[in-house]
Every structure is written in structure tokens, then in C-alpha cells.
Design a protein around this ligand. Structure first.
Ligand SMILES: [Mg+2]
Length: 358
């Protein structure tokens, strides 16, 4: 997306709720309702990465020494990290984001900005897209995400935190002015404890108070952060969603309103899906296809994915064959959703094939 300052963007910020802890509860439901935390053990001077809301009630929080957490909450259940599980869930969530836009900027395993200004899903409604993403992550990954929808990154991020957990908060362009005026300065990214205290001493509690100082006065008091504070206090943030990290896959999928009972019914849908895949692929540049895959979700909500090495342009015959194999895994169950996609070569594989000076 360009840095055109007149463009009104539609940005979604998605953030999973206590991500690691949520995945632990998903995989072991006996943990639900009990205070849990993921982190290093106390006797090895470990630190808490994530805890669930039951643990937060006791004052346990991220980056806290595990020994302290145990003291605050003696019945805290401490679990070791399972990074493979977290990474896999993270990839699944990102794949869902990419279904709506190519402009995705991941901030961490469970957090990303998505620019949906040009998206045509949900008739272009960013709010509906955010709701659909939240629902799909819940259905397909089994955890909840909160989302903020706003005309810029600053407010989208504030929004995802506003109704957390499992919440959605939308700030439309006409609402920006009133919303920002009452926004506490502590909600501004970059305003930590020290800066907040300094502001409070100056009688500045919300963005409305910040506006009483002009940009020079702000720069005098807060140095290089002054200009940024001036802009943010007016709800202005021109930073584009940065899609520098290369995507690993591209896929399209469709949930059918009537289940598809046979493989023939599924294959009938294939040309349309395949066409969509080619269209999406045509908009990307500089990516080499390495694998093709298909996904089937049966009407018992179990899903299965099959992939194979397939370089060059995707072929419909490969999809057909993969669908046949995937369908047999359902033992005759009707199909609810079909998806197909490609995985791209990694950069290291790619660099071998790209000329130095194209
Ligand atoms: Mg999170």
C-alpha cells in the first residue's frame, strides 16, 4: 500500500488471547478454569511467557519470574513451552489472514496487521471480515482472537485490546475524533511507565490533554517522540502495513451451503476454485511454486490436507488427484469445505534460481 496520506485505509489488528496458554487449554481441556502459565521452571530462574485469565486474577503476568508467580498463585499450573505446536497454530492463523488480503504484517506468532482496504470479501466490510476471521480461527484452530478495526495501525491495535478477550472493537473514520480525545495516554504505544508519569505530572491524562500542547511544546518536553505524540493525539498514523516478510503459501477455499456428498460433486467445484487460485497467484510477483495442496473439511468438521511437490504453474490435474486421495480419508462423509493452494519456495531455494541483475 502506498504512503498516500489522503487514502482512508481499513486496517484490522488481530491478536490471539493468551496464545500459548489458550493452546495448552485447547489440547488438555482439564486445564480449563484453572490458573495456568507457560514458562520456565522456578528452580531454573524461569520466566512466565503467557498465562490464562484465571492466573491473571492473582496478579500473574507475562515476563514475571516464575518464582514470583508461584508465590502470588501457589496453585498455578506451570507448563513447559511447546513451540512446535505454537508455530503450527501461528501458521494456520496466518493462512486464514492471507485468505482476505495479501497485505499482512505479522508482529509476533499471534499478532498481525491486515490491510483490507482493497479486499472484496464480505462486500469489502472490514468489520465483517474481522468477525469472519475471528470465527474461522475459533472453528479451525480452536482458540479465540480479539480484533480491532480502524482507519490506521495505531487505532486498530488499540481496538484489539479494547474488548479483550474474544472481543471486537471498531473505530470508523467519523468516530476517530471523539474516540481519540478520551483515549488515556497509557494506551499509546511507546508511552511506558516513566513517560506516563511525566505526563501525569503535567496534567496530561488523555489524548485530548496532549492536544493542548502544540508540536513544539511537545518536542520540548518529549524530544523526538513529540511529533509522533502530536500526530497520534489527533488519531493520525500514516504507517503502511509492511508486508516485507515473504508469504509461504497462497490458498483459496469455499464453504458450501449444501454439503457435497460425493467426490464427483467435489470435482465439479474444482474449476471455479482453481480459477480463483490462478487469479490470486497472478497478482503476486517473484514467487516460485514448490508444492500444491488441497484441503477438505467433512461435515463432522474434521479436516484433512494433502500436498505434493509440484513446481511451476499449478495444475488442475494435480488438484483432482489430491482431492480423490483426501476424499477417501472421510470414509464417505459428505464435504463441507474445499480448499486448494500452493506453497512457495523459500528464499534460500529461490535465490539460486533468480539472476543477480534481472
Ligand atoms: Mg496475544
Amino acid at each position: 500500500m502506498s504512503e498516500d496520506e489522503t487514502l482512508i485505509r481499513k486496517i484490522i489488528h488481530c491478536d490471539a488471547d493468551c496464545f500459548f496458554a489458550a493452546l495448552e487449554m485447547r489440547d488438555d481441556p482439564s486445564l480449563v478454569g484453572r490458573p495456568i502459565a507457560v514458562g520456565g521452571s522456578a528452580d531454573r530462574r524461569g520466566v512466565i511467557s503467557t498465562c490464562n485469565y484465571q492466573a491473571r486474577v492473582f496478579g500473574v503476568g507475562s515476563a514475571m519470574a516464575t518464582a514470583t508467580a508461584k508465590r502470588l498463585c501457589p496453585e498455578l499450573i506451570l507448563l513447559p513451552h511447546r513451540f512446535e505446536v505454537y508455530k503450527q497454530a501461528s501458521q494456520q492463523i496466518r493462512d486464514i489472514f492471507y485468505q482476505y488480503s495479501d497485505e499482512v504484517e505479522p508482529l509476533s506468532l499471534d499478532e498481525a496487521f491486515i490491510d483490507v482496504t482493497a479486499a472484496d470479501a464480505c462486500r469489502g466490510s472490514a468489520t465483517l471480515i474481522a468477525e469472519e476471521i475471528r470465527q474461522r480461527v475459533f472453528d479451525e484452530v480452536g482458540i479465540t482472537v480479539s480484533a480491532g478495526v480502524a482507519p490506521n495501525k495505531f487505532l486498530a491495535k488499540v481496538g484489539s485490546d479494547w474488548n479483550k478477550p474474544n472481543g471486537l472493537f471498531v473505530i470508523t473514520p467519523p468516530e476517530v475524533e471523539d474516540f481519540v480525545k478520551q483515549l488515556p495516554v497509557t494506551k499509546i504505544y511507546g508511552v511506558g511507565k516513566v513517560t506516563a508519569e511525566k505526563m501525569h505530572r503535567l496534567g496530561i491524562y488523555n489524548c485530548g490533554d496532549l492536544r493542548d500542547l502544540n508540536v513544539y511544546q511537545l518536542s520540548e518536553r518529549f524530544g523526538s517522540f513529540g511529533l509522533r505524540l502530536h500526530q497520534l493525539s489527533h488519531g493520525i498514523d500514516h504507517r503502511p502495513v509492511k508486508t516485507s516478510s515473504r508469504r509461504k503459501s497462497l490458498s483459496v477455499e469455499h464453504t458450501y451451503s449444501l454439503d457435497l456428498p460425493s467426490i464427483e460433486d467435489c470435482l465439479q467445484q474444482l474449476p471455479e476454485l482453481f480459477q480463483q487460485l490462478l487469479e490470486r497467484l497472478g497478482k503476486l510477483e517473484g514467487y516460485g511454486v514448490n508444492k500444491q495442496f488441497v484441503k477438505i473439511k467433512f461435515n463432522n468438521f474434521q479436516s484433512t490436507t494433502i500436498e505434493c511437490i509440484a513446481q511451476g504453474a499449478p495444475r488442475i490435474s494435480v488438484c483432482r488427484e489430491l482431492f480423490r486421495q483426501a476424499f477417501t480419508r472421510g470414509n464417505g462423509l459428505p464435504v463441507r469445505l474445499l480448499g486448494l493452494g500452493v506453497r512457495f519456495k523459500t528464499e534460500s531455494m529461490q535465490s539460486i534460481q533468480l539472476p543477480l541483475f534481472p
